[in-house]
Design a protein. Structure first.
Length: 582
């Protein structure tokens, strides 16, 4: 590449990182608050992030109002119960109390939820006890449509195809960020506050339900800057079709009792069941939630599918089969709401060239969403002055498991809170001088081997390393974890870091972006591996074959991680104790 030219710093009150639902909501709320804001995204806004990614026929959006069952206390109780002791109940309470405000706000922008006659079409979401989950067709695409219109109306500057390399921290507070465009041009941003809404980390796994730019960036940025992280071992995995395209298989389809079978049509699950557990026990639990969890008998579905796929006992496209051909006689047992969802699912899959009533669907276990991240409080602020977080980058609302229909809600609730909070903070934040900002940016560049040193320019080596990381995480860090699996992952990560340390000066923008993404992937995967390895038990989405039971006495507390000026810390602590001491 040519010599690095740092573009003189652009200035803003608030920088929002991420062009999905959380980032867009934060930018909009910042503008409402009267602060100057800029929104940056690795892709085009509206195509960036998981919100708009059409991986399923519908998305859930939890609310508490006159149309839902139960009240705010029931909603909060469901969140805390699903978290299995790993959420911050005060942060969860904010979601329960403000979720319906976001429904009103979105409808005010022109977004429509699905109706059945004069009522909202709704269902009981994953891990919930009450029917409160409203339905959006086409996942969160409708949210991004109205968000884009509002961003345009407010004339919020959009910096697209811009990847944030690192946050700039001066004297213990956020002062801006360093970014690089897809074209290879560098940009220094001076900001009084930053909101992280950069999406999750599912893209680090070979089989995933995220767009390709989701590579754990937000977690790596927050950790390197010094924010306290937690719940990085807790992630959602679940079934999706593997051919001819990827589509999430919702739990709302399991009341129909589809058969999981091999390429010869032989039923698979029963051979994985311990004595005393029946196939009906497994399916009855699977009706209650989409994601894999160690908390009930449904886990044997994902364990069986993942084990068969990992062992190569698959169909032509690398999956096993989910057979819905014999469900017609059970359709009449569905409630009107569930029947409507079934019809939506059939229609959606048919539009994606999958006729599930005529041909078994080839499926595998996919990575979906992260439940941890940078720990936030009730206002969306992290432990680092000037850094706010929302969406998948924020830990606190969720825990070992997460209610279905809660991620889009928390993205809106804390996107709005982070927007307001960052605007207020930035008004009183002191600014680093231009010279100091450039000094910080050049200091980061000097640490990147991809931009320094010589020799070893090889895009193929980086691509191969990325593939190896994604493959080992998919095989060893999804629904079946163990100490042996952690060692395998760490060996690949160590080998990848050694390669990256001597890869030399990247000679193209494509190679540079691949290097930077791989840097974030190894950083974030390392946090996940450490947290999972230290948690020697099974809890929620974290299942270890060598420690298959939960252990509240030793592990009924959160695992925290922090980078303190280059020194790593990792420790278990009760959330309430941490809050009292921080």
């Amino acid at each position: 590449m040519a010599a690095i030219q740092l573009i003189d710093a652009v200035e803003t009150d608030v920088l929002v990182i991420g062009g999905g639902g959380a980032g867009a909501r934060a930018a909009i709320e910042t503008a409402y608050s009267g602060a100057k804001v800029m929104l940056c995204a690795k892709n085009a806004v509206g195509r960036s992030g998981a919100t708009a990614y059409r991986i399923v026929e519908l998305a859930g959006f939890n609310v508490v109002n006159e149309s839902s069952e139960g009240g705010e206390d029931d909603y909060h109780r469901d969140m805390v119960k699903a978290a299995l002791g790993m959420c911050d109940p005060n942060v969860s309470r904010v979601v329960a109390s403000e979720a319906d405000n976001q429904r009103v706000y979105l409808e005010g922008l022109g977004m429509e939820f699905k109706h059945l006659g004069d009522e909202y079409l709704s269902f009981t979401g994953c891990f919930a006890t009450k029917r409160r989950t409203l339905i959006l067709e086409g996942h969160g695409h409708a949210i991004m449509q109205v968000m884009q219109q509002e961003l345009q109306r407010l004339d919020i500057p959009l910096y697209e195809d811009l990847m944030i390399v690192d946050l700039l921290v001066d004297d213990g507070r956020i002062t801006g960020a360093l970014g690089v465009y897809e074209s290879g041009e560098w940009l220094v941003i001076r900001a009084g506050a930053v909101v992280l809404g950069a999406g999750g980390a599912a893209g680090m796994f070979r089989l995933n339900m995220n767009p390709s730019e989701i590579t754990g960036d937000g977690y790596a940025l927050a950790y390197r800057a010094g924010a306290v992280m937690t719940n990085m071992e807790f992630m959602q995995f679940g079934l999706a079709t593997i051919h001819p395209n990827y589509n999430l298989i919702g739990n709302w389809l399991f009341p129909l009792r589809p058969m999981v079978c091999d390429a010869d049509g032989k039923e698979l699950i029963t051979q994985y069941l311990p004595e005393g557990i029946t196939l009906e026990d497994v399916y009855r639990d699977k009706e209650k939630h989409f994601p894999f969890t160690s908390r009930d008998h449904s886990r044997y579905i994902e364990i069986a599918v993942h084990t068969e796929v990992s062992a190569g006992r698959t169909g032509a496209n690398g999956g096993v089969y989910l057979d819905f051909r014999d469900v017609a006689q059970r359709e009449d047992t569905l409630s009107p709401h569930d029947r409507e969802v079934w019809e939506m699912a059939k229609s959606w899959l048919l539009s994606r060239d999958i006729d599930i009533t005529a041909t078994p669907a080839e499926v595998a276990v996919f990575a979906h969403a992260v439940n941890g991240g940078a720990l936030i409080d009730e206002t969306g602020v992290t432990s680092l002055a000037g850094l706010f977080a929302a969406g998948e980058n924020a830990a606190g609302p969720h825990g070992a498991d997460r209610l279905g229909g809660n991620m889009l809600v928390t993205s809106q609730v804390f996107g709005a809170k982070a927007g307001r909070g960052s605007a207020a903070y930035a008004k009183d934040a002191g600014a680093s001088t231009h010279a100091r900002l450039m000094e910080l940016a050049r200091g980061i560049i000097a640490t990147l081997p991809a931009l320094n040193g010589g020799g070893g320019n090889n895009l193929q080596k980086l691509a191969q390393a990325r593939t190896e990381v994604m493959d080992v995480l998919c095989r060893k860090m999804m629904v079946v974890r163990s100490e042996e699996g952690y060692r395998s992952c760490l060996q690949i990560l160590d080998r990848t870091r050694e390669l990256m340390a001597c890869i030399g000066a990247c000679d193209s923008p494509d190679m540079l972006r691949m290097f930077l993404e791989l840097r974030n992937m190894t950083e974030t995967a390392g946090l996940m591996l450490e947290a999972g390895s230290r948690r020697k038990e099974s809890r929620g989405g974290h299942y270890r074959t060598d420690f298959p039971q939960s252990n509240d006495q030793e592990y009924g507390k959160n695992y925290f991680l922090q980078n303190q000026q280059g020194t790593h810390r990792g420790w278990f602590q009760d959330m309430a104790d941490y809050r009292r001491q921080s």
